[in-house]
Design a protein around this ligand. Structure first.
Ligand SMILES: [Zn+2]
Length: 239
């Protein structure tokens, strides 16, 4: 039996904008039991209320600038000016440093996305924020909101692929994994032609990658997307 007190710890951080030191909760590595992983890598734990994605975003209580460990470590003078005007000046002090439930985590991601847009963070960073926000809506059972943010995520992942900035983003992201993920997000959006195209690009890595798990998933989801595409065309013919 696990409780919040033993699984969470306080991590100190420093605001990237105003330099205020503050603390935020993190989930201790290895303290959760993984139950399953969705086809877009969303991980479910036995202790869902402690899913680490709830605690990814740090929100400065003093100025409202929200960021993750993937953000660029310095803001330019021009970016600081924009943050001061568009975020800090409008901020009512609020602390996100204690236990978070899904709705508070959603607010933290929206703050981080706004901050990321204002400070020109890499596409891979923005994509990761949009996708995790979509997952939080999935946990709440709100498919419309979920797909709205899946759509934003796939747009940023495509730009990340084009500009090759994914190497600086999430730790585990490789080219083949990124291609698979873009395909899978398009499949979930029912854009089957694009899904099939990206699964095909991922499958082209069949003989050059050691990530055989991703290749297997690309093959399965490619087949599924083809079936779904056919079924959709049939329905359209009948309709
Ligand atoms: Zn701050």
């Amino acid at each position: 039996m696990i409780n919040n007190i033993s699984a969470l710890f306080d991590k100190s951080c420093k605001c990237l904008h105003c330099q205020t030191p503050f603390s935020t909760k993190r989930v201790r590595g290895g303290s959760l039991t993984m139950l399953s992983r969705d086809t877009d890598f969303c991980t479910r734990f036995k202790e869902q209320s402690l899913n680490p994605i709830l605690y990814t975003v740090c929100v400065c209580p003093a100025c409202g600038f929200a960021f993750t460990e993937q953000f660029k470590s310095r803001l330019t003078a021009w970016e600081k000016q924009t943050v001061a005007e568009q975020i800090a000046a409008k901020w009512t002090p609020k602390n996100f440093g204690s236990v978070r439930k899904v709705p508070e985590a959603i607010v933290s991601y929206k703050l981080a996305i706004y901050a990321a847009e204002l400070t020109d963070q890499p596409h891979s960073v923005k994509a990761g924020l949009y996708l995790r926000l979509a997952w939080l809506y999935r946990f709440l059972g709100k498919p419309e909101q979920e797909l709205r943010f899946v759509n934003m995520a796939v747009g940023e992942y495509e730009l990340s692929y084009v500009h090759s900035d994914y190497v600086r983003g999430e730790k585990e992201m490789s080219e083949v994994r990124l291609l698979y993920l873009i395909g899978e997000l398009y499949r979930r959006l029912e854009k089957f032609d694009l899904a099939i195209k990206y699964f095909g690009k991922a499958l082209a890595f069949r003989n050059v990658t050691i990530e055989s798990g991703v290749i297997r998933m690309a093959h399965d989801q490619w087949q599924l997307a083809r079936e779904e595409y056919k079924a959709k065309q049939q329905t359209q013919k009948i309709g």
